[in-house]
Structures are given as structure tokens and as C-alpha cells.
Design a protein around this ligand. Sequence first.
Ligand SMILES: [Zn+2]
Length: 176
Amino acid sequence: MTQQKCNSPECNLFAEYKAPLSPDNLRQYQWFCLQHIKEYNKNWNYFENMTADEIETFIENDIIGHRKTQKIGAANSDYFNKTNKIREKLFNSFDEIGNKEFSSTLLGSEYINALAELNINDKSAPLEVIKSKFKDIVKQLHPDTVGYKEENIEKLKKVLESYKIIKNHYERFKSK
Ligand SMILES: [Zn+2]
């Protein structure tokens, strides 16, 4: 880790957490200790100023782009239990759908899995809702907001993948 001091005035702790300088300058960072990164993020969360698409690009380039795939650890069990429950619910409710728009051909298992990954349990959730869910989850997992955790990077990857699947689905659907 970088041995530098926290950017907060009068704090002499080592800074292990980085935050972007400004919404327009996401590539340059300032560094904080744990306590001050928390305060910083509370006061100004830079994800608020980004669209879902900007966040998508940011994660892809900044977080995943530099990393090799690693196994998904057992530490994720809560997360998987949660998404599995949603998945189950979505699959079970296929029978109840009379609406042809959301037939099983359009909403294949890939799409269901993607929704579950984003903690969305409504098959017909509008894209705007999906985008805001995506932002929420990214905020919860991103190393700049919660500190670096290997398992979170893995989740971020899955979340990003899922977001893309959903977006593609919507684009295909709209063009019909
Ligand atoms: Zn500090």
C-alpha cells in the first residue's frame, strides 16, 4: 500500500483509501484514512454525479480492466443466497405471465440471472429502475467507497456483466 498521509487537515494517519478529485476529474485521486474516506463519501458521493453508463465504463476501465479473473470466494455466500432467492422467484413466476411481451423466449434464463444479480425481482422493471439499482450496488461494492476487497471486485464484475445483458435486452426489444 502507498505510504502517504491522509488528505484531511490535521490528520496524520496513513491514507489507504483513494477518492477522485472531482466529478470532472475521476482519474486523479486524493488519499484518506478509513475514517476520513467515510466522511468524504458521506459528504459527496461522486457516483451520484455519474450516469449508469458512465459508471459502467468507469468500472470496466478502472477496476476490472487491470485485474485477472479470480475464483469467487466463499465469503460471498450471503450475496449468493440473496440472488438465488430472487432467481427462484423469477423463474417460478414465469407461469403467471400472460403477457407475450415478457415471454420466456425474450426473458431467457440469462436475463433472469442478470436481474437477480442486480437484486431486481420484477421482470418488467423499467430500464430507469435497473439503472438506479445498478448505481446502488456499485456504490456498495466499489473500492473507492468501501475500501478494497477482493470479493467485491468479483461481485462488481458480475454486476457489470448483468447490467450489460439487461441493457442489450432492452435495446433489442426497443428496435423491434
Ligand atoms: Zn484521516
